[in-house]
Design a protein. Sequence first.
Length: 396
Amino acid sequence: MTALRTIGDAERRRRIAVRHGLAPAYRLDSVTAVTDAMTVLHATEAATVHLAVAARSDGLEPADVDDELYEARRVVKQLAMRRTLFVFPRELLPAAWGSASARVATSERKRIAKAIAGARIAEDGDAWLDAARAAVLTRLAAGPASTSELRAELPELAGMIGGDTDKPYDRPVPVAPWVLTHLGLEGAILRGRNAGHWRLNKPTWTRTVDWLGPVPDPLEEAAGYAELVRRWLATFGPGTAADLQWWLGSTKTAVTRALADVGAVEVVLDDGSTGWVNPDDVDDTGPVEPWAALLPTLDPTVMGWKSRAFYLDPAHVPFLFDTNGNAGTTAWWDGRVVGCWVQDDAGTVRLSLLEEVGPDGRAALEQEAQRLTAWLDGVVVGHVYASRQMKHARLP
């Protein structure tokens, strides 16, 4: 019996440097190249998309990202894995629509229908959702609209749920965004042009056919998951089945089937666990010079694996992630997370490190801080998912 190939932590960190475009010698030259390299970009915080591109490229500006999103439309925002908003390469959308997005759409329909009936907005929650969806699609056939515009124009979207207790977290919320979310999950509508600054999520909604032209059908579920897994392995492999299941927000059965469908190869990781790579991806990466990077909140590199010990000291987790597992900004030195970064009121990027990195590491990170400060050009980015260390670093 042939012994399994071992891919150690050092090789995994070299792969991050090269495949994620983070080492200076491997930076990428376009927004689409960055998105393809990372499979998808996190977009829950709008600025993450632009900052993720900035970290992996030279010479690309925020306007270049907006051009790809809203003019060329080669990359598209789509709610998918773990009910999270991502930027997808356009050609990968059918895979998501048929698998990860479809899975969330099914659970969302059940949740929405139950909530609508429970709040007595309608006796039949499913029928209410169908009518509201139809009204939105009819309205968007006349042109794009924001959520607030749709709420104002369509009585089918009226209604608030919650706010009937004295608990501080129980506030009434409108039901209209639920309908738009569900239509988006099924690929019927998309987030089109952004109505605000690039660091803010203020989408106008549009029919997918109007935004993209002829729309391919969603892939069958198994084929969709297989394509997502193949792409994930190319970006993040080796990774474990548990990493994949977490990233996909799917089931162990779906992951096992997808790994078999792509012919994934089993390897041994440094901690003795089983990892997986694409069948043509067992060779080592060549030497990589030490490198520094400053990554935004919820960056796809930071959020690519469930098990992160090969690049993140577990002792740092409480300082760099919130209690729900959302990553704040991170500072990297030679393949490991060593702290975070923040901006002062003038927009200057400042480091907040959790471990010693030596003079070379400090100099490289300071250079990245200067590069990012220049890129931001005075724009101060707010953060929904500010980590404990970020909050501490911002104190006067």
